[in-house]
Design a protein. Structure first.
Length: 345
């Protein structure tokens, strides 16, 4: 009897050991799967900024620095932007996979006969347009009328230049009396400070950098939104092929980018420090000042990244009413609303 009990005890112990071994094997399986996911190669993509590499681009560097892109399975390279037209050409040529595109400029280009249309917009960065002109206060330029017989330094193909005829028409000035001079984004503050041009095409958030380049002299900003209402600002564009073939990647990219945007507008000082790790165009305090000024432009109450379809239709109607583009263009022609991430607070 004792022998039977001993055998039973031994058998039970062996069974428990076997179960424990199996349980241990099961516990290790998720760790192995997690390791496999971590070892999975990242998708290498190239992102083109909107206009040079100024402090206002801190959000993309925050998404890189904090690992948001890596967590999304992406390895992102950043290239300096050439303005809306140049960026759209880069997208169409396949030179970059993602690019910052001014949404108003996108409407103008897509709606223009023979314009570039091999792209789609997949989310907003600024829900209010940053398009503006900037001059030094000492120049005496303070209203649109003061622009006549002046020279504006601009990146060819930038939305500031493309939209200027519409701005001039609605502001009541003669666009033919305004001269444009080709100037790369990084050179504009210096040329304005040295009076080689009278005005530059800058965003309002660039004011700290312009005043720094001018030795502390005050700058005057002429926002296009004072004349043209309901304009959107920067958005993210991809080629139609990328949108069709890699919708999941597009959503992962946008979600990671918006995390970086959320962090940088919440903590501009940190944004400036992160920017300074990657770029030397501006010092950290100036980059931080740009992000501070950008905050009111990125969310008008609908959540980061969102594009209101009704408002987009009004924006197109304004451009059509001004004769900038022909009738017929619809928001969904230019924007892939299904690829915009859910509201990111």
């Amino acid at each position: 009897m004792r022998t039977l009990r001993a055998v039973a005890a031994v058998g039970a112990a062996a069974l428990l050991l076997t179960m424990a071994a199996c349980s241990g094997s099961d516990d290790k399986a998720p760790a192995s799967n997690s390791q496999d996911a971590a070892d999975k190669p990242l998708d290498k993509v190239v992102y083109m900024s909107g206009f040079g590499l100024f402090g206002r681009e801190s959000y993309v560097y925050a998404a890189i620095d904090k690992g948001y892109f890596r967590e999304a399975g992406l390895d992102v390279e950043v290239k300096p932007g050439l303005g809306t037209n140049g960026n759209l050409k880069a997208l169409s040529a396949g030179a970059v996979q993602y690019a910052s595109i001014d949404l108003t400029g996108a409407f103008l280009e897509y709606g223009r006969p023979g314009g570039i249309n091999d792209f789609t917009i997949v989310g907003a960065v600024q829900q209010r347009s940053l398009t503006a002109l900037m001059a030094l206060e000492e120049s005496g330029i303070s209203t649109p009328r003061d622009l006549e017989n002046k020279t504006i330094g601009a990146q060819p193909g930038s939305v500031n230049q493309v939209l200027f005829p519409t701005y001039a028409r609605l502001a009541g000035i003669d666009a033919a009396k305004v001269k444009f001079q080709n100037v790369a984004p990084q050179q504009q503050p210096q040329l304005l400070a040295s009076k080689q041009v009278d005005v530059i095409t800058q965003f309002p958030v660039g004011k700290p950098g312009v005043e720094r380049a001018a030795g502390g002299k005050k700058a005057v900003v002429l926002p296009y939104t004072d004349v043209i209402t309901d304009l959107f600002g920067g958005a993210i564009g991809v080629s139609k092929k990328t949108a069709q073939e890699k919708p999941d990647q597009v959503k992962r990219f946008m979600s990671a980018l918006l995390k970086g945007l959320s962090d940088t507008i919440s903590n501009p000082q940190e944004a400036g420090q992160i920017y300074a790790k990657f770029e030397k165009t501006q010092p950290a305090p100036v980059a931080a000042a740009e992000m501070t000024l950008m905050r009111p432009y990125v969310d008008l109450g609908t959540g980061l990244g969102q594009i209101d379809q009704a408002r987009a239709a009004r924006s197109i109607a304004i451009l059509q009413g001004a004769g900038a583009i022909p009738d017929g263009l619809k928001p969904e022609d230019v924007i892939s609303f299904n690829l915009i991430p859910k509201p990111f607070a």
